[in-house]
Design a protein around this ligand. Structure first.
Ligand code: AMP
Ligand code: MN
Ligand code: MN
Ligand code: MN
Length: 287
């Protein structure tokens, strides 16, 4: 029986807590045969992940999770099987990284006003690479005793209406899908249930996404409930989109679900791993 691939994971190249090497080792130990590394707005972890994947015998899909602003909200688009040397993709990701840096400084200023000095430096201390995200601030704030755990910090400091929140101004849906396609990858809408869109707005997102060349929808996700699997399986089928599955693993800490524990896609879905050219054969880890 074909094992369900895990097509959405993070490493220390963005806001995961395992290095690409440790992630691939854990995936192999959990019996994962195919894994996509999809760090936020960067492919900086892929080279190390390739080396580790070849060593531990896991098929690696080179991926990325691109931050987009659509309909006044942040929407995440996963790219699967991307050429990590593609100039259009790299230039696009560089512009997002630049915005992230400005946003990190701004979050630092806002947290200082709220009485938490040194947050930018603190967040940097939790980041292994150059990319800084809200999770790094969250880890710093937990360490400072500002909140009990990561979820609590987000709720109290880092979401809309809270002192450390900066409204995202990421790239457009069309650009993100364009970069992924230019790099030969398949674009997939990540964790759709997280956006809390009405049915009408979700249909509009899916329609626009498909019109600009998007191919898949995450049906099974670590942040979806069982009911969500069925709701989004229907959306995918209705819109002619492939169904994808990913844990959105960020590390062994709670609340992330473990690697290799994904349930099967609901009946009637067309799995994205059956798509022609899935993973970009030339870009798979050399076995
Ligand atoms: P950023 O792209 O820097 O705005 O950060 C987004 C990341 O923050 C997500 O990928 C999650 O890893 C994390 N995140 C967002 N909301 C929450 C939450 N409520 N609890 C825990 N982590 C969260
Ligand atoms: Mn994250
Ligand atoms: Mn995401
Ligand atoms: Mn993710």
């Amino acid at each position: 029986m074909l094992k369900i691939p895990d097509l959405h994971t993070h490493s220390t190249a963005s806001d995961g807590t395992l290095t690409p090497t440790a992630l691939l080792e854990r995936a192999a130990a959990a019996g994962v045969e195919t894994l996509a590394l999809t760090d936020h707005d960067t492919v900086a972890g892929i080279a190390e992940a390739r080396t580790a994947a070849a060593r531990v015998g896991v098929r690696l899909i080179a991926g990325v999770e691109v931050s987009v602003t659509w309909g006044g909200r942040t929407v995440h688009i996963v790219g699967l099987g991307v050429d990590t040397d593609c100039r259009a993709l790299l230039a696009g990701l560089a512009s997002l990284e630049e915005y992230r840096l400005w946003r990190a400084e701004e979050i630092g200023r806002r947290l200082a006003q709220a009485g938490y000095d040194g947050a930018l430096e603190g967040a940097r201390g939790h980041a292994a690479g150059t990319l800084i995200g809200r999770t790094h601030f969250a880890r710093f704030l937990v360490e400072r005793g500002a909140a009990a755990d990561i979820r609590d910090v987000f709720k109290r400091f880092l979401v809309s209406g809270k002192p450390g929140h900066v409204p995202g101004e990421w790239t457009t849906l069309e650009e993100a899908v364009g970069w992924i396609r230019a790099a030969g990858g398949l674009a997939v809408i990540a964790h759709p249930a997280r956006y809390d869109f009405t049915r009408t707005k979700m249909r509009r997102l899916l329609g626009e996404f498909r019109d600009c060349g998007g191919r898949g929808l995450e049906v099974v996700s670590g942040s979806h409930s069982r009911d969500d699997y069925f709701v989004f399986a229907r959306h995918a089928t209705e819109q002619g989109l492939y169904a994808s599955a990913g844990s959105d693993y960020h590390g062994p800490e709670k609340p992330w679900i473990e690697l290799g524990r994904l349930p099967a896609l609901p009946d009637g879905c067309t799995p994205i791993w059956t798509a022609h050219g899935f993973g970009g054969a030339a870009r798979l880890a050399a076995a």
